[in-house]
Design a protein around this ligand. Structure first.
Ligand SMILES: [Ca+2]
Ligand SMILES: [Ca+2]
Length: 191
C-alpha cells in the first residue's frame, strides 16, 4: 500500500462507514420491524408505515384529517390494516392527545368540528354500554375518562365514540363527520 493510498483509506473510511449506516437505518425504518426498547412489554413489535407515527411501547397511529362518519372511518382504518384507535391506558390517551395537538385541529377539514375525533368505541349494542370495537367494555380496556358532562347521548342518538382535543371521551352522533385516529393492530397482545 502506498502512502497515498493509506491516506485515502484513513480519510475515506470513516465517511464510507457513516454512509453505509445511513443506508441501513433508512431501510430499517421503511421496510422492517422495529423492536421496542425499555418497555415492560419489551419484545413486542410494531410494524411502522410511512403515514403512521410510531410511539415506542404504545403503537402506531394516524390522524386522518378529512372528516368521515364513524362507520366510514372504521372501514378506512381497516383498509390500512388497522382499526379505529382503542385507548388502553392513561399514557396512551395522553399520547393520542399530544399527537392530535401536534397535527393540529386546523388541519382537519370537511368535519362538523375540529374539537374531537372518532376513535374505536361505541354503545351501539346497548345504550350506555360502551365497548371497544373489539367488544370489551371500555372500563376493562383500560381508559374511561369522560370529558365533563359526557356521555350525554344528545338527542338520544349519540352512540359512537370520540376523543376531545382537550382530553377526555365524548359520545357523538355516528353520522357526524369528524377527523379520526387509526391504530395499527400489529402489536402482539395489544389492541
Ligand atoms: Ca348512546
Ligand atoms: Ca356527547
Amino acid at each position: 500500500m502506498t502512502s497515498a493510498t493509506s491516506i485515502f483509506v484513513l480519510i475515506a473510511l470513516p465517511w464510507m462507514t457513516v454512509a453505509t449506516q445511513d443506508v441501513i437505518v433508512g431501510k430499517l425504518e421503511n421496510d422492517t420491524i422495529v423492536q421496542d426498547q425499555g418497555c415492560s412489554n419489551s419484545g413486542q413489535r410494531s410494524i411502522p408505515r410511512d403515514d403512521y407515527e410510531y410511539y415506542a411501547c404504545l403503537g402506531s397511529y394516524r390522524l386522518h384529517t378529512r372528516g368521515m362518519a364513524w362507520n366510514d372511518a372504521r372501514h378506512t382504518c381497516e383498509q390500512e390494516d388497522g382499526h379505529l384507535a382503542i385507548i388502553n391506558s392513561a399514557a396512551e390517551a395522553a399520547t393520542l392527545i399530544q399527537f392530535y395537538r401536534k397535527v393540529g385541529t386546523a388541519s382537519i377539514i370537511h368535519a362538523a368540528t375540529q374539537e374531537f375525533v372518532h376513535i374505536g368505541f361505541h354503545d351501539l349494542y346497548g345504550e350506555g354500554d360502551f365497548v371497544t370495537i373489539h367488544g370489551d367494555s371500555i372500563y376493562k380496556a383500560g381508559y374511561s375518562n369522560w370529558a365533563g358532562g359526557q356521555p350525554d347521548n344528545v338527542g338520544n342518538n349519540e352512540n359512537c365514540g370520540s376523543l376531545y382535543f382537550g382530553g377526555g371521551l365524548n359520545d357523538v352522533n355516528c353520522q357526524m363527520k369528524l377527523g379520526f385516529i387509526c391504530e395499527l393492530k400489529t402489536r402482539v397482545g395489544f389492541e
